[in-house]
Design a protein around this ligand. Structure first.
Ligand SMILES: Cc1cc2nc3c(=O)[nH]c(=O)nc-3n(C[C@H](O)[C@H](O)[C@H](O)COP(=O)(O)O)c2cc1C
Length: 325
């Protein structure tokens, strides 16, 4: 208080600056207008409101061009941005007519545009709309959501701020993570015996190169380099190490070669669920078999409330290609 400037009259510019000292994340809120066109704007007025029922809010300026769309819609989405999305924030904070041309988006539950690349998204039906001065408070009831382990984009005093990574450097080592591979070859999945009569995923400390995977037993497999993705992050119990699971595809030559000792292929339709070592692994394999049919995969992270999944399509493209689109 001693060093603070005290304002006894409420000057809007000074007030905006004072509000701006509150550190927030950055979201893009999206909806569809009455013609079905996607509309969206950058917003940092997000607040989580209630868990039961699951409610959140954002404040939408009446002066915004997309205000009528948000004021009339029955559904909208909130997409939290990750640290690599300053450009997305700038586009959606602009008045550009074609904001959605610079992003990929999809439908999840309500039909509101969900940005394919985001930190976290919530697909909501409108629960309530409250008049609040030059804004409306839009309260949404969450119908579906997804999240990823990326670092969030922060905002404070009118600038983008870096927020410490929720999975900081060294996190894997400190958690003594086991890195497992869900390796697919055609319609088959590669599993390894745990020596106690159960099946587990093959594990490896790291890939030597994009195409070469050296398993913990020392055996080498070759992978299709562009088809390795993060699939799941979870802890089995406090006393156990966590698991980081990648999904990968075996190269044709490795698929046809003799398998390392203790490894076997199982058809995706006939996985030995009753002999899979843990409940979590069983649930993950079931999810994988299901998602494989739709060719849409989710990245799973376990959380205190039962885990969250962010959906992605199964296709990869190079970073340079994706960035230039
Ligand atoms: C970081 C950041 C946060 C913002 N938060 C909000 C907000 O919460 N509510 C709002 O109405 N506008 C907010 N804006 C401003 C809108 O994004 C901006 O007015 C945009 O041009 C609105 O788009 P439209 O006119 O096409 O609807 C924010 C802008 C930035 C850069």
């Amino acid at each position: 208080m001693a060093d603070a400037v005290v304002h006894r009259t409420i000057d809007p510019i000074a007030l905006r600056r004072a509000f701006g000292t509150f550190v927030t994340g950055v979201t893009v809120i999206t909806t569809r207008d009455c013609d079905g066109n996607p509309r969206g704007m950058t917003a940092n007025s997000f607040t989580s409101v209630s868990l039961d029922p699951p409610l959140l809010l954002v404040c939408v300026a009446k002066a915004a061009a997309s205000f009528p769309a948000f004021n009339e819609t029955r559904s909208f989405a909130v997409n939290f941005l990750h640290e690599g999305q300053v450009d997305v924030s700038s586009v959606f904070a602009s008045k550009a007519a074609d904001k959605f041309q610079s992003v990929n988006y999809d439908r999840a539950h309500t039909g509101a545009p969900i940005l394919t690349d985001s930190l976290t998204w919530f697909d909501c039906t409108v629960h309530n709309r409250i008049e609040a001065g030059d804004h409306i408070i839009l309260i949404g009831q969450v119908q579906a959501f997804g999240t990823s382990p990326s670092a969030p984009l922060g905002f404070c005093r009118g600038r983008y701020a870096s927020v410490k990574d929720p999975l900081p450097a060294g996190w894997l080592a400190s958690q003594d993570m086991i890195i497992g591979y869900l390796v697919e070859a055609g319609d088959r999945i590669l599993l390894r015996t745990d020596g106690k009569g159960s099946w587990v995923l093959p594990t490896a400390r790291r890939r030597k190169a994009d195409s070469q995977l050296v398993l913990d037993g020392g055996e080498a497999l070759t992978l299709v380099p562009e088809n390795t993705f993060l699939y799941s992050v979870f802890d089995v119990a406090d006393s156990d190490p966590g698991y980081l699971i990648y999904r990968a595809e075996l190269s044709r030559e490795s698929a046809e070669a003799a398998l390392p000792d203790g490894h076997a292929f199982f058809s995706v339709d006939a996985l030995p669920y009753e002999r899979v070592a843990t409940h979590e692994l069983r649930a993950m394999l079931r999810r994988y078999a299901r998602e494989r049919q739709d060719k849409r995969f989710g990245i799973y992270i376990d959380t205190g409330d039962g885990g969250r999944v962010a959906m992605i399509d199964g296709q990869s493209q190079s970073w340079t290609q994706a960035a230039s689109e």
